[in-house]
Design a binder for this molecule. Structure first.
Ligand code: CO
Length: 293
């Protein structure tokens, strides 16, 4: 069962003790969630107005995102002044997230890459979507367009909801159990397909056998309604004013409800982990008996 490990981190540059650092890395690499119930993302007054007034009408997709090295906030049709506020808020969240990881997971600093920052103003529950895109169904993260070729996907989520609404997630069974369950249904990658996908611009970089298998696991889980209902699972809540860290490529999760959260994604090469053998890449390679990248 996926555990929740609570740590008393109260600010983004908290001087984390060696004991807390140890607890964090052990929990995360073992496929557990690190809950930081006091780690609040502070808002400025003009940003707070933006939240309260936000009806979601200014959101074009599922959420608003900012990629590292990109000046442009994507997914919002807010006017120029509002976009400036949004961008400032997201850049600040991204920088604070980076600082937090440096303090809590110092051994990751050398190899950690910063990914996208997302702001999610829309209510999760009841949002129409295709089965494959429905994140209220248990899944592990794998992107059809951005292959990681084994790199870990670490997410930091902060709930900034001003009216007390929690983010609720379901957490499912451990990664190896998921992989074993669907292993016999995983199909090989058609020869040359990774080159074609890249050439057509469908993927950024080549999709490895690892990505191909992870994507199938993601799709099999979501499409399996019996599994969704019967899999070992628990409901967890992230209250406003708190944050959590989780390897979303490893922990089966489903975001069930909540609005107004920030998410920062990081990528970590398997070699940057303390225990690479626990990575989905190494677990899959062990189960399948071959290299996948
Ligand atoms: Co997910």
């Amino acid at each position: 069962m996926t555990e929740i490990v609570r740590l008393p981190v109260e600010s983004w540059d908290w001087p984390c003790s060696a004991q807390d650092q140890e607890a964090a890395i052990t929990a995360l690499e073992s496929g557990n969630v690190v809950l930081l119930p006091q780690l609040d993302f502070p808002l400025r007054d003009n940003e707070r107005d933006f939240y309260f007034l936000s009806t979601g009408a200014e959101v074009k997709g599922k959420n608003i995102s900012l990629s590292p090295g990109d000046d442009k906030v994507r997914g919002s049709s807010a006017d120029v002044a509002e976009l400036g506020v949004l961008r400032g808020m997201m850049v600040r969240f991204s920088n604070m997230s980076q600082a937090l990881v440096q303090h809590l997971l110092p051994s990751y600093t050398a190899t950690l890459e910063r990914g996208r920052t997302c702001f999610c103003p829309l209510e999760i529950a009841g949002r129409p979507s295709s089965l494959r895109e429905d994140d209220t169904r248990l899944h592990i993260d794998s992107s059809a367009s951005s292959p990681t070729r084994g790199k870990r996907i670490l997410q930091l989520v902060s709930n900034v909801n001003p009216v007390g609404q929690a983010q609720t997630w379901r957490l499912g069974e451990p990664f190896e159990q998921v992989a074993r369950r669907y292993q016999s249904s995983l199909q090989g990658q058609p020869w040359g397909s990774s080159q074609v996908l890249e050439m057509l611009g469908i993927t950024k970089g080549q999709r490895s056998a690892y990505d191909h298998n992870m994507l199938q696991l993601h799709d099999r889980m979501k499409a399996d309604s019996a599994y969704q209902a019967s899999a070992e699972q628990r409901i967890v809540a992230l209250k406003p004013g708190g944050s959590w860290l989780v390897y979303t490529d490893q922990v089966s999760h489903a975001a069930m409800s909540g609005r107004l959260a920030f998410e920062q994604t990081f990528y970590l090469p398997v070699a940057g982990m303390r225990e690479p053998a626990k990575s989905p890449l190494r677990v899959l390679e062990r189960l399948m008996g071959r290299k996948l990248t």
